[in-house]
Design a protein around this ligand. Structure first.
Ligand code: ADA
Length: 755
């Protein structure tokens, strides 16, 4: 029988590119898996993170199969980002892509009854054909999902095909109320003595259907009468087991948990699950955690899934790469509709080898995850027009879409467009459904632009199922104030923004899905924003999973079916002013607010209850009550609010904008755009502009002032931005760029000779 041997303990590791050792190196650091060398520098804000080749080594004994002719595989559920695996000095596999499972048959290299040496060289150095290339997250290196051996008899269920499970199950509900389960398994080294016994068990473990097939004709469909559907509120799972049988002996056994559900999308009705319209409302998730990076335990994954369930979300976009099997398992069990995707992101590399990498990551994603009932969508790319469009790019998308369909005709394909993707153009109609990453109210535009933008798109494209794959803004729980504003990074602005957006989506059930960017703050070593370098702070929860920001409760009020009540502003604990605003989030119809035991007001509202309270000097007890629900906080009235409540840059930026206009004071901001020969202009890419220090300075100053971003060639977000023109950037920045801004930038650029 199959034997799984965990190899997570007692590895030796070095950050030096030490080369292949002949024996277990005693001077390397001792580590256990899961492990990443970027657990700290991946998001500690001290500049870059180690992008190196690290070496892992460990000895192991060959597992003994009772049958003389067994096979041994090494299985690596993920290695960031490229890896070579060696057994006793010989390379057994090289794998590119940091998020998918891969295996190698190592039998012939293993020595029985003595120590064997397993070495894995793992690299997160940039390799131009491997995605992700440029993106807003840390590409952690290491063996962050552990390693194991699989020992099987000579004849076994397939372990060689793209890291997949060797078993494919497609349950389909029937009109009659029952369901068919189409099952296929693949057998290595079979002969006519072998048969496959399939068994379908219900959630209680009772067998409800079975079938028996010869080893070389393994596809079969069984019927389960009165099948229970897998649904968001009742994620009912069946277990399908395949046993490879030879006479009275079971040689190998594999199983998969599956669910019976039907789904579709409609441009008017949105998402439909088991015949019922269910607008998908939820979050995106990056996997990493504070000072653990992506080296996570099964419990870490389950905790994330539970936090998202508590929020009341029914969908998760698993950005921007294949996540752990543990997380997909949790989603199957807890009832989420999942968008799974590959890291084809930001900028397309024209090299055909890079396209091949997309294809192989997509194949692995689908083959390895086909059986998970939670997954309904395969995402083919994210914000790919940042790097510009080309015929080849459109062609590659069509190919990727066709590949998804060829490997899996039961699911829908999707795409996350960058906001500036034209509403009409060749990027539309490639995938079954589409989504936009819209940051109106953060990077550009006003939060109020979101609804009208969607209505306009829907009007122009009544045939497209449209969703919002990303929207969000930074919220840092130190920053507070009575007048929250875009780009102040305050917890209050983030909550206000999400109050608005939650309503926008609530009012538009035809939006097939919306995904908050992001459920958790996550590591992006290149970032330096809001006084918290190294991270993207758009999470509803902090990266250590310790603090739920107020915006978390906005969504809980909208989405959770459990009665809830939350007093916002608890961390805005010291307040000045005659009166202060108190916001309460609740899914109850009426909320009463008490100040120091006295009723301030009782009011009815929809999810967001706003009160004014006049605090007395010193400490005040504020209590909100809705039926049996109560929440309370203590606020202190102060003369002046603490200075740490305001990010210093917020003031600097306001001054900066003024300065910019002073600097260009002699220019006519309304002047027609001119593009003289041999001069730089807003039509040049940042990469071209960067050739001239003078032109580059114009741009870096302008970007710092408007978008509050530091831009420096080769550093941080540069890779993502370098192929953009100032014109495109301002398109993204929207109303954050003051009127006349583009004209004034151009006017400065055209003074500089092209180099
Ligand atoms: C893009 C990108 C994300 C994300 C976001 C942001 O939309 O798809 O990876 O990080 O930007 O926060 O700016």
């Amino acid at each position: 029988m199959r034997n799984l041997i965990c190899l997570n303990q007692d590895w030796r590791f070095t950050r030096e590119d030490a080369g292949l050792p002949k024996a277990l190196p005693s001077d390397w650091e001792r580590v256990d898996l899961p492990h990443t060398w970027n657990a700290v520098d991946g998001h500690d804000g001290n500049g870059g993170y180690a992008r190196i080749k690290g070496w892992y080594a460990r000895s192991f004994r060959t597992p003994v199969q009772p049958l003389a002719k067994g096979r041994v595989y090494v299985e690596i559920p993920a290695a960031g980002q490229q890896a070579s695996v060696y057994v006793n000095g010989t390379e057994v596999i090289y794998h590119e892509g940091g998020y998918s499972n891969f295996r190698a048959d190592i039998t012939d290299l293993c020595k029985p009854d003595e120590d064997n040496l397993l070495v894995i060289a793992c690299s997160n150095e940039n390799k131009s054909n491997v995605y992700p290339q440029a993106a807003d997250f840390t590409f952690y290196g290491g063996l962050y999902r552990g390693v194991r051996l699989i020992s099987v008899p000579d004849t076994h269920f397939d372990l060689d095909y793209l890291g997949g499970p060797g078993l494919k199950v497609t349950p389909r509900p029937c009109e009659s109320g029952g369901a068919t389960f189409e099952m296929t398994s693949w057998i290595t080294n079979g002969d006519e003595n072998f048969t496959v016994l399939y068994s379908v068990k219900d959630a209680e473990g009772k067998e409800v259907a079975s079938a028996c097939r010869p080893f070389d004709q393994t596809t079969v469909t069984v019927y389960v009468p009165d099948a229970v559907k897998w649904d968001i509120d009742n994620p009912y799972l069946y277990t399908v087991t395949a046993i490879l049988q030879r006479r009275n002996e079971a040689y190998d056994e594999i199983s998969a948990r599956v669910g019976v559900r039907s789904f579709s999308c409609d441009p008017e009705k949105g998402f439909i699950l088991n015949g019922k319209e269910v607008p998908l409302r939820g979050v995106s998730r990056h996997q990493d955690r504070l000072y653990k990076g992506n080296a996570l335990s099964r419990e870490d994954h389950y905790e994330d899934a539970r936090l998202i369930k508590e929020l009341g979300a029914n969908t998760i976009r698993l950005a921007h790469y294949q996540h752990s099997q543990d997380f997909y398992d949790a989603c199957d069990e807890l009832g989420f509709i999942i968008w799974a995707e590959i890291p084809f992101i930001s900028v397309m590399n024209q090299d055909p080898a890079a396209h091949q990498n997309c294809i192989s990551q997509m194949k692995e994603l689908i083959i390895q995850n086909y059986n998970h009932p939670s997954i309904c969508f395969w995402g083919i790319s994210n914000e790919i027009l940042i790097g510009g469009i080309s015929d080849q790019l459109v062609e590659n998308h069509k190919e990727l879409n066709a590949l998804c369909k060829e490997l899996d005709d039961t699911r829908l394909t999707t795409i996350a467009h960058v906001s500036m993707t034209p509403i009409n153009g060749p990027m539309h109609g490639i995938t079954d459904v589409e989504s936009y990453n819209n940051y109106f109210g953060w990077y550009g535009g006003k939060m109020e632009d979101n609804g009208p933008w969607l209505d306009n798109f829907h009007k122009i494209h009544p045939e497209i199922c449209i969703g919002v794959s990303e929207y969000g803004c930074e919220g840092i729980i130190t920053y507070h104030g009575p007048n929250p504003a875009c780009k102040d990074y305050s917890e209050e602005y983030q909550a206000l923004y999400h109050e608005h957006l939650a309503k926008v989506f609530d009012e538009r059930p035809w939006i097939w899905s919306s995904h908050v960017w992001n459920m958790f703050d996550f590591g992006c070593a290149a970032r330096d924003e809001g006084g918290v370098a190294g991270r993207n702070n758009k999470g509803l929860i902090t990266m250590d999973r310790k603090t739920k920001k107020d915006s978390y409760y906005v969504y809980q009020a909208y989405w959770s079916k459990k009665p809830m009540l939350h007093l916002a502003g608890k961390r805005y604990a010291q307040r000045a002013g005659e009166t202060t605003e108190i916001r309460v989030y609740s899914n109850q119809p009426t909320v009463a607010l008490y100040l120091n035991g006295e009723l301030v007001e009782e009011k009815s509202a929809d999810k967001v209850f706003v009160f004014q309270a006049a605090l007395k000097a010193g400490f005040n007890i504020v209590t909100a009550v809705a039926g049996d629900l109560k929440d309370s906080m203590t606020l202190e009235k102060v003369e002046k609010e603490p200075s740490i409540y305001v990010l210093p840059e917020v003031n600097e930026r306001a001054e900066g904008v003024a300065n910019w206009f002073n600097l260009v004071g002699d220019l006519d901001l309304k002047a027609p755009m001119e593009f003289p020969e041999g001069k730089y202009s807003i039509h040049d890419t940042m990469e071209e502009i960067a050739k001239s220090p003078e032109a580059l300075k114009v741009m870096t100053d302008a970007i710092k002032i408007t978008m509050n971003m530091k831009l420096e060639p080769g550093v941080g977000m540069w890779d993502m931005m370098k192929s953009m023109t100032p014109e495109k950037m301002v398109g993204m920045a929207g109303s954050m760029a003051p009127e006349g801004f583009l004209e004034s930038v151009n006017a400065k650029l055209i003074l500089v000779d092209k180099l």
